[in-house]
Design a protein around this ligand. Structure first.
Ligand SMILES: [Zn+2]
Ligand SMILES: [Zn+2]
Length: 210
């Protein structure tokens, strides 16, 4: 699996491109902004984007989805519990002073434990509600174990739960019950800021350390 992670949009959401090296099929995780940059990066390498995988529907993780979909035909994937947030993209933006294009319909609802195939690479959905009702993480077990954690788990912190539909109890349960089941060696790509590991967060994260 090839992997590139780079910050997009005003809130610098970490967007990732994962690619099957044999088929050049790709998935973009959290196209939260700068859609042209995402398209250019993929076109330059000859990647075919199959899925746009969203960890949740806050605007800083979905605002680029429509433009990438319209250009590439990729499928927009999101957990159903976040659909109401997705449909209110513009209301979300207004609260932070941004304007966005109306969202286009979701193509595929993510399900807990579902495995999505990107060429010969597999991404497994782990449903982790708390930051939002439909928050989900993506786990990849290739040569190394990698987790795309969205805004559920950060280096030394966790996602805020004071926004629409957030739940502190749920996010703690999701992290301890689901993410900490992963191998300690798992590299965690957070929705914002630096990468971390399950090992590190299990020991040092003040919200969830055991
Ligand atoms: Zn968020
Ligand atoms: Zn975010």
């Amino acid at each position: 699996m090839l992997l590139a992670t780079f910050p997009v949009g005003q809130l610098q959401c970490n967007c990732s491109i994962i690619v099957c090296p044999e088929t050049k099929e790709a998935a973009v995780i959290d196209p939260g902004g700068d859609p042209q940059e995402i398209i250019d990066r993929c076109e330059k390498e000859g990647y075919k984007i199959k899925y746009l995988l969203h960890t949740h529907a806050h605007f800083d993780h979905i605002a680029g989805a429509r433009a990438v979909k319209e250009k590439t035909g990729a499928k927009i994937c999101l957990h159903k519990e976040d659909e109401w947030l997705y449909n209110n993209l513009n209301k979300q933006g207004m609260m932070f002073g941004f304007r966005f294009d109306e969202p286009v319909p979701i193509d595929h609802y993510l399900q807990d434990e579902e495995e999505l195939k990107v060429g010969n690479v597999k991404a497994k959905v782990i449903f982790t509600p708390g930051h939002t009702p439909g928050s989900s993480c993506f786990s990849m077990q290739e040569k190394d174990s990698v987790l795309f954690a969205g805004d559920t788990l950060f280096h030394g912190s966790i996602g805020r739960t004071d926004l629409w539909g957030g739940s502190f109890e749920q996010i703690i349960k999701s992290i301890k019950g689901r993410l900490f089941e992963l191998d300690d060696s798992t590299e965690v790509i957070a929705g914002h800021g630096p990468n971390t590991s399950i090992w590190n967060e299990r020991r040092e994260n003040p919200f969830v350390a055991e």
